[in-house]
Design a protein around this ligand. Structure first.
Ligand SMILES: Nc1nc2c(c(=O)[nH]1)N[C@H]1C(S)=C(S)[C@@H](COP(=O)(O)O)O[C@H]1N2
Ligand SMILES: [Mo]
Length: 438
């Protein structure tokens, strides 16, 4: 390993083109930004010694506290991109601005949202959930009845099968991170385990599936294997502590940790226990993957291991050579993230990123890596492994298995589904960040 001495003390380089040991970001012996007065941002150390001037907000009382808080008006650019703002009669998507977020929890107002016919205005006092089919005793719940059961809390992601679909394009599409990977979010969900309710209803022998149905106009329906339902399915009613957002399925949704977004039926009103799948529209026509041999996959469930760098990323230019934190999220529908490697030289060499705790199964894990950008060209990549030993494929591996622009855009406008290969950001000598295939 090479020692860098440019910044006063020795920081280990752990991989090519400036990837540094994580110690570099702990502030030991490295100057991250310029000295006071020299750089626009000031220094990380010594601020206490400098005189501070009084800004207007320091001289008078501030605003009243609103009953419900909102981000600072200075953060008004941190919003979802909505691709059907007039809510025309087609699907509508709102994408999470990952490039502006840190940590692992997506704020409720920024959770990605896909609705196939708008957001229904459901009166919770009139909404009911029916459980029927191959059960000894059909059950009908209103929200109050459901709220009397023991609830569980679980942090986990939801990812649309169409997330990252732009990366099926033969040429790298120049767009920001939220346009490319914004159809995945992570929240703390609270609700009643579906197993509890099915135990009460009494599942009959021979039952193998449930078919879940929403109360919105399309009555979106999906089949879920009973084994998954009994394992960790939840009727979620709370999202990050408050009632779930209308866009997330108010007043209740099916939450299936790690499973394809579409299966997480929102506005849930019916669960039919059956011995066979419903072969519904979305599971038989839309979210299947065509393979190069002309066949299609049947029943894609688990969102496979994936990661992407959130910063730097397109639109977040680097101002000047120096030390930066490369930061991103990794997740797997199969369990915990075990390891994330980062490259600054397009995959020639890799260094192991630091993983933030807690590392929860089927949830976002934040990773970071210190990087000294010398002002030259670089290609940044991340690659994740999960505890089950699954590894995020390279683009080459993915394309040889699944093909490129594998089918014409579906009715949802996605040219393909379930893309989880490595994403590459090129940093050019001016500091601009572009999406490339490497
Ligand atoms: N009832 C109903 N459930 C639904 C949908 C819908 O339009 N109606 N959209 C599905 C799709 S395609 C996805 S990806 C997820 C998105 O969940 P979110 O909007 O909470 O992020 O919800 C799924 N559940
Ligand atoms: Mo979706």
């Amino acid at each position: 390993m090479r020692k860098l001495r440019h910044y006063g003390s020795a920081i280990q380089e752990v991989a090519g083109n400036g990837l540094l040991h994580r110690r570099a970001l702990l502030g030991h012996g490295i100057k991250v930004v310029g000295a006071m007065g020299a750089g626009a941002m000031g220094s990380l150390t010594g601020a206490a010694a400098e005189p501070l001037s009084e800004a207007p907000w320091s001289l008078e009382p501030g605003d009243v506290t609103p009953p419900y808080g909102h981000p600072s008006p200075f953060e008004k650019g941190v919003v979802r991109s909505v691709d059907n703002p007039k809510n025309e009669p087609s699907g509508s998507r709102a994408r999470t601005p990952h490039q502006f977020l840190k940590g692992t929890i997506t704020p409720n107002g920024l959770h990605f949202t896909i609705v196939h016919a708008g957001i229904p205005d459901i009166d919770p006092a009139q909404h009911k959930l029916l459980i029927h089919g191959m059960v000894k005793q059909p059950l009908l719940f209103d929200l109050d009845a459901l709220s009397r059961y023991r609830m569980v809390t679980r942090v986990g992601f939801v990812e649309c099968g169409g997330n990252s679909a732009p990366l099926f394009s033969n040429e790298p599409i120049q767009a920001d991170l939220q346009a490319l990977h914004g159809l995945a979010s992570c929240a703390e969900w609270a609700g009643v385990p579906l197993a509890t309710l099915l135990d009460e209803a009494g599942v009959e022998p021979g039952a193998k599936w449930i078919i879940a149905e929403g109360a919105d106009a399309p009555h979106l329906s999906r089949s879920v294997p009973l084994s998954k339902v009994m394992d960790d399915a939840m009727i979620a009613m709370y999202q990050n502590g408050e009632r779930i957002q209308p866009g997330q399925g108010y007043p209740m949704r099916l939450y299936l940790p790690g499973y394809e977004g579409n299966m997480n039926v929102k506005f849930l009103r019916r669960i039919q226990v059956t011995d066979q799948p419903g072969m519904t529209y979305f599971e038989s026509k839309i979210y299947t993957d065509p393979l190069p041999d002309g066949k299609d996959t049947q029943f894609y469930f688990v969102q496979e291991v994936k990661s992407f760098i959130t910063s730097p990323s397109p639109g977040l230019a680097l101002r000047e050579p120096g030390v930066y934190e490369i930061s991103g999220v990794a997740y797997s529908g199969d369990g915990r993230i075990a390891k994330v490697l980062v490259s600054a030289d397009g995959g020639k060499s890799w260094g192991e990123a630091a993983l933030d705790e807690p590392r929860l199964p089927k949830a976002f894990t934040r990773f970071s890596m210190a990087w000294r950008w010398d002002g030259g060209p670089a290609i940044l990549q991340s690659r994740a492994w999960d505890e089950g030993g699954h590894v995020q494929p390279t683009r080459e591996e993915f394309v040889s298995k699944r093909g490129q622009t594998s089918k014409p855009p579906s009715v949802l406008g996605f040219p393909g589904h379930h893309f989880n290969a490595i994403t590459s950001w090129a940093v050019n000598p001016g500091g601009e960040v572009r999406h490339v295939y490497a």
